[in-house]
Design a protein around this ligand. Structure first.
Ligand SMILES: [Zn+2]
Length: 77
């Protein structure tokens, strides 16, 4: 399955290059965004629960990458 390995490598490279991804729930705002009914301006609502207001989340793959890197390090001692 060379295709699968290629995809896995690409994902690993992506995680290595940018370990943090934008929070999907709030799209990087860090909070829910609401449009005011009266002024039609964007208002920041409650803090996003998923990223706790940071707007960014660590990728799951990055965690895996750290694990593999450590295993590799231990194995090549
Ligand atoms: Zn969020």
């Amino acid at each position: 399955m060379p295709g699968l390995i290629f995809v896995a490598l690409c994902y690993a490279a992506l995680c290595a290059a940018s370990p943090f991804g934008t929070c999907r729930k709030c799209k990087g705002w860090g909070a829910k965004v609401r449009v005011s009914r009266f002024t039609r301006q964007l208002k920041r609502g409650r803090e996003c629960r998923r990223c706790r207001g940071y707007g960014r989340r660590i990728r799951r793959g990055r965690h895996l990458y750290n694990l593999v890197a450590r295993l590799h390090h231990d194995g090549t001692r």
